[in-house]
Structures are given as structure tokens and as C-alpha cells.
Write a protein that binds this ligand. Structure first.
Ligand code: AMP
Ligand code: MG
Length: 318
């Protein structure tokens, strides 16, 4: 029988070199990051970027995040500003994505940023993607390695669950340390959070000593941030204490977790732990064929904001 995991590769130097060759050829591969696993392609190569959209069945209005190895590489592609300089020194490498004006001289494929005048850039901290970026001459366009609208993958095996053998190479960096996507901040105007994510917006506010303005113009600024997303394919009910018949219950904190339909995101109400377990827990429940997911109220602060944003979109409350 064919080994379904034959496309998972350990992050050895030899395999990272194979990954480099694949990227240079215009292939799409899956890579670990500290947030979630990504489907990566040469950001300069339009044909390669196109493969990402078709593999994911990603709507054509949803631009990709460009993963760069360092600030110098970002400077080649984007017009930087004061807020960027402050934030990047403090929070990068890490789960913060900056939306900046795209430089006229940038070679990033227009398809990757959907022809917008801006691009979204990030410096990941996961050591294997950084090793790969360091041996490549191009940045990587990389959205999450899942079919569009579906659950984000936080292990190499999840990527196989999403794509089977249609991705030729998945670099296995183990379970993602953060477990939810990056926070996206628009720095082209007064700083504005476009998507809550792995770095809580309160930390950014505290550091910049400003109140971040709300994203009222969501549709235009961040086209991918509307509609159903992150979905396990079964109904999700938020702010519930009990599961429905044949449903599972996700709890937040140290409560009775003895039922075999009950899953605890964190024992000690720790937001980081909850975020790390979030997608994996939804995936376990989906794979066990429960009919619905009820979720305890999760405090809307710290990384709870990012978890609630994902739950709302998975339940498609707009
Ligand atoms: P994903 O790749 O699925 O993690 O999503 C990346 C998100 O970043 C997209 O859904 C967009 O909302 C946002 N994004 C990427 N590029 C831009 C951009 N140029 N302007 C505004 N938002 C962007
Ligand atoms: Mg995604």
C-alpha cells in the first residue's frame, strides 16, 4: 500500500536544499511556521503563485502574505515608515504581518497581492522556514496550507489531511508553537488591525502607546477577512455551556472534562495554550464525526480576541 505520508520530509539540510530546488523550479511546497503550516511558492513567480490559488481553491480577491527573511528583504519590496521600524524591531521575527505600500521596483508577482498598491509582509521565526529563506534568493508567498474556508493545519500530518499527495513536499517542523495565524496590521494609515492573530493587539497598543483604530473598511482593506472561514464543516455554537445531542463541547479552563465529547483548550485559562490547541481541537472533533461543536464563552481579551474572531467566522456570524 502506498504510504500516505511519503511526502513528509524531516527538515535536514539535504531536504531543505531539495525544498530550495523545488521552489526555484516554480513548485509549491508546504512549510512550517510558528503560526500555522503554509503553502509556499516563489513570490516573484506568477505561475508558482497561481498554483497556490488553484490548490487551495482560494478566492481570487484574497491577497497572500509575503514571508521575508529579514528587514533588508522587506525594504526591497515595500515602502517602510516610522511605525514599521518601531514594530519590526520589537515584534519580528514573529506572528505580526505588516501591510505597507508596495515599492514600484518590487518584483513580487502582482497576483500575490492581487494588484493592490500594498503588500502584506512578515518575518517568520520558525527556524526551518528561516533556513530555507536564507538559502533562497526570493521571498515566499505563503497562505495557510489548507483548502480555502477549511481548518488551518498546525502539524505536517494536517497538511496531508488537507491535500493528500497533491503537495509533493511537506517540511515537518513539528507542531506549530503559536497555532493560529499572524496578526495583520495596516501601517499605510493610522495603524489599524485588519486581523487579530498570534500577537495580541493589546501588546501592540501598549508598545506604541496608542489606541489602534477599528477596521471599519474591512472589505476594501482586507478582502479575505469576510465570509465563512476556518470551518470544520459542522455547525459551531459560541457561548454555550452544554453540547447538543451528538455534538462536542469545547471548554476554556479547569472544569470537569471527563465526558468523551468534551475538549479543554487550556487547564489554567492560559490564552497562549488555548490558541496553540485551537485548530487541532477543532480538527480532532471533526475527524471524530461529531455533529456540532458548542464552545464555552471565551474572554474577549488577549489571544481570546483572535480565537473568538476565528470562531465567529467558522460559525459564519457576520
Ligand atoms: P492568509 O494568507 O489566509 O493567512 O490570509 C492573509 C490575509 O492577509 C488575507 O486574508 C488578507 O486579508 C490580508 N492581506 C494580505 N495582503 C493584504 C494587503 N495588501 N492589504 C490588506 N490585507 C492584506
Ligand atoms: Mg488561511
Amino acid at each position: 500500500m502506498k504510504n500516505i505520508y511519503s511526502n513528509i520530509y524531516k527538515p535536514t539540510n539535504i531536504n531543505l536544499n531539495k525544498a530550495k530546488i523545488a521552489i526555484e523550479k516554480g513548485d509549491v511546497i508546504a512549510v512550517p511556521t510558528e503560526t500555522v503550516y503554509g503553502l509556499a511558492a516563489n513570490a516573484y513567480n506568477t505561475k508558482a503563485v497561481e498554483k497556490i490559488f488553484s490548490l487551495k481553491k482560494r478566492p481570487s480577491n484574497n491577497p497572500l502574505i509575503i514571508h521575508c527573511k529579514n528587514i533588508e528583504q522587506i525594504k526591497k519590496e515595500a515602502v517602510i515608515n516610522k511605525n514599521f521600524v518601531k514594530l519590526v524591531k520589537k515584534f519580528s521575527p514573529g506572528p505580526l504581518t505588516y501591510v505597507l505600500k508596495k515599492k514600484k521596483s518590487s518584483k513580487i508577482s502582482k497576483l500575490a497581492n492581487k494588484g493592490l498598491s500594498t503588500i502584506a509582509v512578515r518575518i517568520p521565526s520558525e527556524k526551518n522556514i528561516i533556513k530555507l529563506l536564507n538559502i533562497l534568493k526570493c521571498p515566499l508567498a505563503a497562505p495557510s496550507a489548507n483548502r480555502s474556508k477549511s481548518l488551518s493545519p498546525t502539524t505536517a500530518k494536517h497538511v496531508v489531511e488537507e491535500f493528500g499527495n497533491s503537495i509533493k513536499m511537506i517540511i515537518d517542523g513539528g507542531a506549530c508553537k503559536i497555532g493560529i495565524e499572524s496578526t495583520v496590521i495596516d501601517l499605510t494609515t493610522k495603524p489599524k488591525i485588519l486581523r487579530e492573530g498570534g500577537l495580541c493587539s493589546e501588546a501592540i497598543e501598549k508598545f506604541l502607546k496608542i489606541k489602534l483604530s477599528e477596521n471599519k473598511n474591512k472589505f476594501i482593506k482586507s478582502p479575505g477577512q469576510i465570509g465563512l472561514h476556518y470551518s470544520p464543516g459542522i455547525p459551531i455554537y459560541m457561548n454555550r455551556e452544554k453540547a447538543t445531542k451528538d455534538g462536542a463541547l469545547i471548554i476554556f479552563g479547569n472544569k470537569n472534562c471527563n465526558h468523551n465529547n468534551t475538549y479543554n483548550l487550556t487547564n489554567k485559562k492560559n490564552f497562549k495554550e488555548a490558541a496553540k490547541n485551537f485548530f487541532n481541537t477543532l480538527r480532532i472533533i471533526k475527524n471524530k464525526k461529531f455533529k456540532s461543536i458548542s464552545v464555552n464563552k471565551i474572554p474577549n481579551k488577549d489571544l481570546g480576541k483572535a480565537i473568538n474572531e476565528r470562531l465567529r467566522r467558522a460559525a459564519h456570524y457576520e
